[in-house]
Design a protein around this ligand. Structure first.
Ligand SMILES: C[S@@+](CC[C@H](N)C(=O)[O-])C[C@H]1O[C@@H](n2cnc3c(N)ncnc32)[C@H](O)[C@@H]1O
Length: 204
């Protein structure tokens, strides 16, 4: 089984790399040991979402054209790219690393013709400096940061809900801070699907 995995993973990565080259997008992890950003405590490094991640999310939350998705820690823009292929109202990616943000900008610029969403915004900022719009409906996290940073972002999301009460989803891939979300009384845990945790805001 281990041998199969050792053979299949490089083959899968090679096929993905070929596909990405074909469509003109660059999203792989940076080579091991390459330093392109000095992450502060509790900030996690870059790894792209899977090509199937958004399909898996849609299966649970049923994305609509009224939705605005924010990817908190958007890296090279893989989730922004995937989300923009849906007819969403708006897709926003917030990324702290200038290097990753610049790659994301190119990835999005090269693929405009593939997008059904025409309102795409890439922001190069620390999430703690990002003002969360009061009308977004899907918050996506792929394990971007932990502890205090995560807690502050979640509390900013709660504040945005208080200002503009609505139903929102918190979608959390590889959810290392799941225990914290489980204790947020304003969120209802809906379930896990392919290591993605789904929470919906609880109406007042
Ligand atoms: C695991 S990657 C996920 C990338 C992207 N969301 C995706 O799904 O393809 C986490 C990203 O969060 C970014 N990040 C970490 N701390 C951050 C912060 N304080 N503000 C904004 N981005 C941050 C990292 O630079 C990295 O690109």
């Amino acid at each position: 089984m281990k041998t199969m995995h050792a053979l299949i993973t490089p083959l899968k990565n090679w096929i993905i790399a070929l596909y990405e080259k074909h469509i003109g997008i660059d999203t792989p992890k940076e080579p091991k040991g390459r330093v392109f950003f000095e992450y502060a405590k509790d900030m996690c490094g870059y790894e792209p979402s899977n090509w199937l991640t958004l399909k898996r999310i849609d299966k649970i939350i049923h994305i609509t054209p009224m939705d605005t998705l924010i990817d908190f820690g958007s890296g090279k823009g893989k989730m922004v790219y995937l989300a923009a292929r849906y007819p969403l109202k708006k897709v926003i990616g917030v990324e702290i690393s200038q290097h990753l943000h610049d790659i994301a900008k190119k990835n999005i610029a090269h693929n405009q013709k593939r997008f059904k969403c025409k309102n795409i915004q890439l922001v190069n900022a620390d999430v703690l400096d990002f003002v969360i719009p009061d009308d977004f409906t899907i918050a996506y996290f792929f394990n971007p940061f932990l502890n205090e940073i995560f807690i502050r972002v979640i509390s900013n999301i709660e504040a945005s809900l208080k200002k503009n009460p609505r139903t929102i989803w918190v979608v959390y891939k590889n959810p290392l801070m799941k225990a914290y979300l489980d204790n947020c009384s304003w969120l209802t845990f809906v379930g896990m699907h392919h290591n993605i945790a789904f929470y919906r805001s609880t109406p007042d």
